[in-house]
Design a protein around this ligand. Structure first.
Ligand code: ADP
Ligand code: MG
Length: 292
């Protein structure tokens, strides 16, 4: 493309809230064959709220919330924020936590009043030998309703499941359909569990999804698709999406996301809507056609 047509394309995109860093990104965008989308904060709003507190072993739900929220007050994960806000809204006073540790892709651990606490997913419970068999049917039911169930244990005993739901952005399904109508294969990647991922993917018309992806493995998924001959676009909002955004042929950051994601991406969707993807592809296509 001529420098002039590239400038026109970048300017046109900017008017729609699509910030394109350079001419190469603009020209590659129309050639994307696979678009990988992060789930949380990209397809969904990224603002999870607590929906269910299910207790086991005669636990008290207020006590469970107090301990879980105290633990989460040291974490910066969006799930942590949901738990802390929920407890605060119920005027629950938080306690001091010692030995706090956040385990990436799994959850959080710590000590309160000499009780060791664990809060997170199935993998976290498994690695600490907590028996969650009695809770699995309910966890699966919550997950199939697109909620994310988290397990809370004291010592080596399960005390509760706390579930959160993150609403799907109202235009995600339609925006994904536009990509698919352009012949693009759409894939969803998430650190969340299989059943929740499946429920969200099916609500937005995605059949190819990968759940329980560890943060470090997202870029590997991009590389894998590239080695299969795909021109890969990656869209994400989080710190853990940054390596995948950099690895992709074109990385798209959600403008409301983290600075690290924006810095690693080639294109920023200021409006946060996934419609920006099909819009960018259309502008890219027009730019390439104009140069012939
Ligand atoms: P996502 O990409 O969905 O944000 P993460 O890799 O950050 O996924 O986390 C994967 C899973 O690990 C979460 O769905 C949750 O079950 C568990 N997890 C991670 N961080 C926390 C936390 N601070 N509190 C509770 N659970 C957590
Ligand atoms: Mg995310």
């Amino acid at each position: 493309a001529t420098p002039m047509s590239i400038m026109v394309g970048i300017g046109k995109a900017a008017q729609s809230g699509i910030l394109i860093r350079n001419g190469e990104a603009l020209q590659t965008t129309a050639k994307i064959t696979t678009m990988i989308l992060d789930k949380t904060g990209t397809i969904t709003a990224g603002k999870p709220t607590v929906t269910d507190v299910v207790t086991f072993n005669q636990s008290d739900s207020t006590e469970v919330l107090k301990l879980a929220a105290s633990l989460e007050s040291s974490s910066e994960h969006p799930l942590a924020e949901a738990i802390v806000n929920y407890a605060k809204n119920q005027n629950i006073t938080l306690e001091k936590v010692s030995n706090f540790n956040a385990i990436t892709g799994q959850g959080v651990i710590g000590t309160i009043n000499e009780q060791s606490l664990l809060f997170g997913n199935q993998a976290l419970m498994k690695s600490h030998n907590i028996d969650i068999a009695e809770a699995i049917p309910q966890a699966e039911q919550l997950a199939s309703a697109a909620k994310t169930p988290m397990y809370f244990a004291i010592g080596n005993q399960l005390h509760a499941i706390i579930a959160v739901a993150d609403p799907i952005k109202e235009d995600s399904a339609e925006a994904i359909k536009r990509l698919q109508n352009n012949g693009i294969h759409v894939v969803m990647l998430t650190g969340d569990n299989q059943a929740t991922a499946k429920a969200v993917a099916s609500k937005v018309g995605i059949t190819d999804f990968i759940a329980q992806v560890m943060p470090d493995d997202k870029a590997g998924e991009v590389t894998k698709r590239q080695s299969q001959g795909e021109i890969v676009g990656m869209t994400g909002d989080g710190i853990n999406d940054a390596p995948a955004l950099a690895q992709a042929d074109v990385g798209f950051a959600i403008g409301t996301g983290t600075d690290v994601a924006i810095e690693s991406a080639d294109i920023t969707l200021m409006r946060g809507s996934l419609h920006g993807l099909a819009d960018a592809i259309a502008i890219s296509g027009a730019t390439i056609t104009n140069i012939k």
